[in-house]
Design a protein around this ligand. Sequence first.
Ligand code: NAD
Ligand code: WQD
Length: 335
Amino acid sequence: MNILVTGGAGFIGSHTVVALVEAGFEPIIVDDFSNSEKRALSGIERILGRPVKCYEADCNNLETIQNIFRQEQIQGAIHFAAFKAVGESVQNPLKYYENNLVSLITLLKAAHTEGVKNILFSSSATVYGLSEELPATEQTLIPKAMSPYGNTKQISEEILRDVVASGALLRGISLRYFNPIGAHPSAAIGELPLGVPNNLVPYITQTGAGIREKLTVFGGDYDTPDGTCLRDFIHVCDLAEAHVIAMKYLLSLEVDNYYDVFNVGTGVPNSVLEAITAFEEVSGKSLHYEIGARRDGDVPSLYADVSKIKSALGWTAKRSMKEGLADAWRWQQTL
Ligand code: NAD
Ligand code: WQD
């Protein structure tokens, strides 16, 4: 069964493509390589022993998506394609509103004209913003977004909800990812941050590799057990498997009109210092870091209540933060 994967050459998309093939699906990638490299495709091929079809195209183009839906007899789509740099979205909001919202609207229009019913959307724990309810459940009230990027995820979820509420023949799920980390254990695919990484784990591995001089821990005076922020670090391979399970679930539904939202995390909070210590253990390196000022916009603690996805879809994370760091480090050493 053919599944369209927009942004399938990216970090989470490439791992999901591998998981889809391993589960017997045929993924078809659409990516414009605006934030990824062709090496992701050769990495996927190395893992699977065969290539996966990829259209190099902008998924904001309606005709392109309609043609692919038709030509490839697509049964479902997973929509990863989006820009994701929170800071850049503050500097250049239109770039984010345009790409992240138009691509979803385009996909939904194409799904409507071509009769594709099943859509998985990449949402984010960023929708919980400064909410202080912990662990965050899907019922947690969504406060005003803290960035244009976060707002695109909130609006996208609303678009999906509204389209389903209008009675459209659409079955949609938004998956709210917490903090994805790691890489495929083969080290053939992984995260490829452009320039200086914003996220903790690529910053840690680049510092370990000597590409960055030192890591600054943003804040050591939070009201947390060790003073540093708590996050829910989810291995990208666990996340990829959640997509396969969610897509199977959509395909199995008897109703043609459905929408729901699920957290995808481990449910286990880990601090920034715990991530550093775990990295030191798996790499055998002593990481050069210092405690610095808090970063604007960081929430002290954010981790998932994962009971909904466990009970409804039967999915739970299997891999630990330490495994994620070991895999991220193995991948870093190939770069
Ligand atoms: P990524 O940048 O590695 O992958 C996104 C892919 O989409 C890239 O390959 C990029 O080239 C492609 N793309 C972007 N705009 C496109 C367009 N208009 N047409 C075609 N291709 C386009 O990002 P990722 O980390 O794999 O994230 C995937 C999704 O998950 C995104 O929607 C992101 O917002 C969401 N998400 C990511 C994280 C995270 O920390 N990585 C957390 C929560 C949610
Ligand atoms: C994690 C912790 C930092 C870098 C972001 C997005 C979110 C989602 C996931 C897309 C924080 C600390 C970091 C560094 C540090 N992405 N840190 N030094 O901010 O939880 O979430 O990625 O949807 O929307 O906001 O992830 O990896 O940036 O930070 O001390 O050099 O590591 O302060 O406590 P975050 P992160």
